[in-house]
Design a protein around this ligand. Sequence first.
Ligand code: ADP
Ligand code: MG
Length: 693
Amino acid sequence: MKIGEIFATQVFNDAVMRERLPKKIYQSLKETTRLGAPLNQEIADVVAAAMKDWATGLGATHYSHWFQPLNNLSAGKHDSFISTTRDGNVVTEFSSSALVKGEPDASSFPSGGLRATFEARGYTTWDPTSPAFVRDGTLYIPTAFCSYTGEALDSKTPLLRSMQALNKQGLRLLRALGHNGSRMVYATVGAEQEYFLIDKEKYEKRLDLKLCGRTLLGAKPAKGQELEDHYCGRIRLRVASYMTELDNALWALGVTSKTKHNEAAPAQHELAPIFEPVNTAVDHNLLTMEVMRVTAKRHNLACLLHEKPFEGINGSGKHNNFSISTDDGLNFLDPGQHPEENKLFLITLCALIEGVDTYADLIRMTAASPSNDHRLGGYEAPPAIISIFLGEALTTMLSNITKGSTAGAHSCSNLYTDVDALPNLERDDSDRNRTSPFAFTNNKFEFRMVGSSQSIAFCNTVLDAVAADVFSRFADRLEKAEDLELEISHIISETICNHGRILYNGNNYTQQWVEEAQKRGLPIISNSAQAAEAIVNPRNVEMLESLGILSSTECHARYEIHLENIVKVITMEAETMQQMVRQQILPSLTRFIGDTAASYNELAGAGFENAQLHGLLEKLSGLLSAIHCESVALEALEHTDHAVFSLKELANYMTDTIRPQMHALRTACDAAEALVASDVWPIPTYTDLLHRI
Ligand code: ADP
Ligand code: MG
């Protein structure tokens, strides 16, 4: 299979548009897609007709306004191209208005109070900056989704607004620094996606995986990830054939799937694409998750995108690699050979240091979800504290500049292996720190807190916003500066002095860091219920509102959606757990104890009284009681009168009271699992799930 022959064959991309659209129309559309110029409505007719012809040529019978409601998924209804004629026949048709505008029911998606059930109207609007594509007989048109009253009900609209803000402030900054060639500034993003693959039949037998995406019960297996033999190890043939089909499907959709490998935990894998402008990176990541799930079914596998499907081994994240670029290929975060003299690089670095320190709580919130709570702060994932890793070389360089020295950062040392036959390599300026939540890696920052099941739209909206906010302040100063160099060195000194506390190059997984962070006054936000507050924090609301990214109403709606989601997810988990315990665990365990007791009596009757067996029976019957008690206690907590709580109190109650009780119930069940015969335990074990693929 030649990649070139399948790549983007299902995409209405630049090449297709150039071929199928009249030159003038093509150029006008190009101004919009490349440079964000306002869409010329007159071209929509021509584009719609060309899109329909192209899509039906690929077998499409339907089109769908593809949008991103606030549930980390994508959605859309499917309309066929048919239309009736007066003489009773049908023709295929796709008008400009069908391309540009759709009207899904807005009340059936999370709206945080923006839409009541009786106020159903919502609109989808074509986003010409992300290409349409054909999949399974449907033409998908990327769209933004808003309410009748104009508030954003999706994750794309604020992202597009944040791109405009960053473009505006980024261009100002460039001009102030004397770069006049670029016409457009935008964030570039490459999202590394982690996932688990398990056998479908075993998955089907676990209600927790099916309903909640994670195991709510399960004793520690004899082999987890202790031997470190899975990371980048040989890929199982079954998994390899899944990955091949996945790559082909993604390539056809124009997704630049680049790297695949086994991850640290057994049954865990990763896929990374080549980075691209943020809007398409977000759409492509959503598409990747969707294709991952569907492809797994065809291979009799289940793809788990949950942040923590299994306790005791690594969870899954989504490393969001982020930089800022221009249409003419400039990377703001490329240090170059002489970073100490690279004004754009230094200013961008300072802007992100100031921005990440100032809005740390908001950035933390973009990675907060009830499922990611189980992962963040675990030994394999960044802690719930935001800090920045720059590496020794850059940190020293910045500190030298504040002391008036221009000593370079680039040491350009070589790496010698002491084997003559091996080539000598140039060593990177800094080692890698994989424990930092926000790490500088070569020419980009890697935000590692985001969860594997989350859309990357919101974190990038906030990163765009934060950069735009500080860029605008720096641009104000630089535009007015009489001595540009001096002003830049002032900015660097002030940044290090006022925001240096956010820099940390050490091991973020240690308790020592938590204590250190506390001393530095960095926010430590340990769960998603606490993290929610950031989106209604007046400082953050003001910033988002002043940049035109989210209004105060939209921020408050998002706050409600976030809290409601916590309550719904934990409620569902508690109920699923209860159902498994009562319908599967307790009956099996009771039978096993009964059978074992009968065997014990039989043996004793025959004169073979067995003290060990008696001991086992005692333990098991103790656990049976414990499971009963913990389950009853959980039920009592679930049924406390919730009406007295505000939404915030309820989210905290679910997090701080229901969750620990679920943990207590799990502990008793897992202890029992470890003692009973394997053919008796009613659900697949961790060993079955992780090692029998
Ligand atoms: P790593 O060593 O972190 O694995 P890679 O070069 O493999 O580094 O990059 C990881 C991800 O970062 C990839 O998706 C890659 O395309 C992306 N990436 C690289 N450069 C940039 C950039 N300038 N902006 C955004 N993402 C980038
Ligand atoms: Mg990486």
